[in-house]
Write a protein that binds this ligand. Structure first.
Ligand code: SAM
Length: 267
């Protein structure tokens, strides 16, 4: 998959593109990223990319001309027009379904806004869709673009060390992920659920499925409620959330053979 990123701050991406899952995806050529410096398409000797808004008011607006030249140049650089995504707080809030849909695109051009925003005529003539990473406002589209790239890279075949890991993540189905544990077996008096130490793979899978459901009911009952007819257990479990957690913690602490741990878990 190829990303073309239109930004005033290409340097912000360099560490990000060299590290972690994204770095490995770039290295393995699962993901190709071209950074396009909007400044180099600016107007005049000073490479102007913004101006004051018509109608007055504070702040600056990114000019449609430099944005269009930069984007059109990026589109023309390789054959096959890519889908143009504007990072914008006004866009559709990003979710896993949108990530899955966008991960099927062979090529995305991500436009990072700055300042008060960008000239609306650029949006009307060039942008295929607007994506928001949440109902809050950042100073630029660079972090949102990185969020989107990382979320998509995880879904691409070969990007994750464990090919099935993304399928088990929260939001891959309608449930959140189950809890995870690693060494040591006892941490500050709290043990690991016994089933995970049992070697019984079927029992582990059952436990994980039950825990995913319990956690979803407690943390995000809305995910279950969106199913046809909703989930009558969701509300009940949510109300019971903290205390049913305590019950589980107590049981785990007891398993850790630390009689005092259950009490400490309550503090
Ligand atoms: N005046 C704009 C508004 O209220 O809709 C906000 C502009 S914001 C300060 C500057 C740029 O940051 C936007 O053009 C966009 O590219 C990016 N941005 C800010 N918040 C974002 C979000 N939640 N999701 C995606 N992009 C965002």
């Amino acid at each position: 998959m190829r990303f073309d990123v239109i930004t005033l701050f290409p340097d912000l991406f360099r560490e990000f593109l060299a590290a972690g899952i994204v770095g490995r995806a770039v290295e393995k050529r699962i993901v190709e990223v071209m950074l396009h410096d909007l400044r180099s398409h600016g107007d005049g000797a000073y490479r102007k990319v913004d101006d004051t808004p018509y109608g007055g008011g504070g702040g600056m607006v990114l000019l449609a001309g430099p944005l269009s030249r930069c984007l059109d140049g990026a589109q023309a650089a390789v054959s096959g027009r890519g889908r143009v995504v504007l990072m914008s707080p006004q866009g559709r809030p990003l979710d896993q379904a949108t990530c899955r849909r966008l991960a099927r695109e062979p090529r995305l051009l991500l436009v990072c806004g700055r300042y008060e925003g960008i000239d609306e005529r650029f949006v009307e003539t060039r942008v295929d869709e607007e994506v928001s990473i949440g109902d809050y406002v950042l100073s630029g589209g660079e972090l949102p673009a990185m969020v989107l790239m990382e979320a998509l890279a995880r879904l691409l075949p070969g990007a994750l060390g464990d090919a099935t890991a993304a399928d088990r993540d929260s939001f891959s189905g309608r449930l959140l992920d189950h809890p995870h544990y690693t060494r040591p077996e006892v941490f500050e008096g709290r043990g690991v659920p016994g089933v995970l130490l049992s070697g019984d793979h079927a029992a582990v899978e059952r436990w994980r499925a039950e825990e995913a459901r319990r956690i979803t009911r407690r943390k995000r009952p809305d995910l279950l409620a969106t199913e046809a007819g909703g989930d009558p257990g969701a509300e009940r479990d949510q109300q019971a959330g903290p205390s049913s957690d305590r019950t589980r913690d107590d049981a785990m602490a007891k398993r850790a053979d630390r009689p005092d741990a259950a009490q400490r878990g309550r503090s």
